[in-house]
Design a binder for this molecule. Structure first.
Ligand SMILES: *Cc1c(COP(=O)(O)O)cnc(C)c1O
Length: 412
């Protein structure tokens, strides 16, 4: 008899995006005409063309593979040196962060890295997760058995939830209890909030004092437009002792379909064995990757490298300016409608409070039926997301403008 991993049975049946897809499918089946007007501002996926710099580099790399003399087979599991060095020079040196190329691990996505990282941690850790949150952090902890029973409100026993609300500017206060692993994501998905230097200093100091580790997801770092907002956790003194950083080319260079990301595991970062001995985590992640992963395709790594070329940087900036322009249009429409609006300045997401007494799935259905716009209900990101909804700015300009008009036309 084969036994299954029972932890999977604890996962919430209606994972957010399948549930949205189900409701949208029902709606389009029953309202053929309205369906043609449907605009999706739900899932966080980019919409605009891939930068030419990346396409040209990938084409050239494919041609190299077509010639026996320049052909390459398996690459290094941790990624090619050319990309790791380009990351150091372009993503970290300008910030004054002393990250070395061998601390960078190239992968095919931050989603898988934020999930797979749990492979190198023990099962005794108390895990702190912001609420609302990118659901991957929660579900991967459920899958590997780090959580207890599902509670009535949909939360998972055994996790320490850190509520993020307007009252704390969506940056959690320190927990009263001891925690060992802390997931932070800034600029934040779903709230669009940023964390300030002093807020991150508080967390880094807490982590160091408790020998805890921060798992810092900086997937939206490229969207920071305001000065004085940290782009990397390593801008905070002492963070190399207590933090792993995840970054991705998905939102940075429109690479959601191309697949390339990286994770920084500093060599100074230690964790404890059961008997209290401290060991570096870097060799564990290196071992995990070389055993379970075989690297990102060569053309894709060349494409990612090209995002750091002069032309690539210019094209990335154009993409980001485009999406943030949409965010401004959507933000202003919501403000004009009298709604409380957050985010959308240093992130492609707008986090909006539902009108008094309206629940987020109720608002999802209203937006779908009355405006034919798909948004993401805040409750799908956690209990503290109830009463909010997320609008994604990943869209064409025409669609963003049309959504703004429909928001203005709705009776709030
Ligand atoms: C989009 C996103 C990522 C990137 O995931 P990839 O697998 O690299 O595409 C990571 N974290 C968050 C919070 C995201 O929204």
């Amino acid at each position: 008899m084969a036994f299954l991993n029972e932890n999977y049975l604890k996962l919430k049946a209606g994972y957010l995006f399948p549930e949205i897809a189900r409701r949208v499918a029902n709606f389009t089946y029953e309202n053929k005409e309205a369906a043609a007007r449907l605009i999706r501002c739900g899932i966080g996926d980019v919409t605009e063309a891939l930068p030419a710099a990346a396409r040209d580099a990938m084409k050239a790399a494919v041609d190299e593979l077509g010639d026996r003399g320049t052909f390459r087979g398996y690459g290094p599991e941790q990624g090619y040196g050319f990309l790791r060095e380009a990351i150091v020079a372009n993503a970290y040196e300008p910030l004054g962060c002393k990250i070395t190329a061998d601390e960078i691990f190239i992968s095919d996505g931050s989603k898988c890295d934020t999930g797979s990282i749990l492979d190198i941690f023990g099962h005794r850790n108390r895990i702190a997760i912001t609420d609302p949150v990118y659901p991957v952090y929660v579900d991967t902890n459920v899958m590997c058995g780090n959580t207890g029973d599902v509670q009535e409100d949909g939360s998972h026993g055994g996790l320490v939830y850190l509520p993020c609300r307007p009252s704390n500017n969506f940056v959690p206060r320190l927990p009263a209890e001891k925690v060992d692993l802390i997931y932070l994501c800034y600029p934040n998905n779903p709230t669009g909030a940023t964390a300030s230097f002093s807020e991150l200093v508080t967390w880094v100091d807490f982590a160091r004092a408790n020998q805890a580790i921060i798992l810092f997801d900086a997937a939206y770092e490229a969207y920071i437009t305001e000065p004085g907002v940290p782009h990397s956790i390593y801008e905070i003194e002492g963070a190399k002792d207590c933090a792993i950083e995840f970054r991705s080319f998905s939102k940075h260079g429109g690479f959601t379909g191309v697949r390339c990301a990286y994770t920084v595991v500093p060599k100074d970062l230690l964790a404890s064995t059961e008997d209290g001995k401290r060991h570096p985590l870097h060799p564990l992640w290196a071992r995990r990757q070389s055993t379970k992963f075989n690297g990102v395709s060569y053309p894709v790594q060349r494409g990612a490298e090209a995002l750091f070329s002069e032309q690539g940087k210019k094209e990335v900036q154009e993409l980001i300016t485009h999406y943030l322009g949409n965010a401004t249009i959507l933000r202003e429409a919501c403000i004009k409608a009298g709604l409380d609006v957050y985010g959308g300045i240093n992130a492609p997401y707008i986090w909006v409070a539902c009108p008094e007494g309206v629940k987020s799935w109720e608002l999802f259905d209203r937006m779908l039926n009355e405006a034919n716009v798909v948004i993401t209900p805040g409750a799908g990101f956690g209990t503290a997301g109830e009463g909010y909804f997320r609008i994604s700015a990943f869209n064409s300009r025409a669609n963003a403008e049309e959504v703004a008009r429909r928001i203005a036309a709705m009776k709030w």
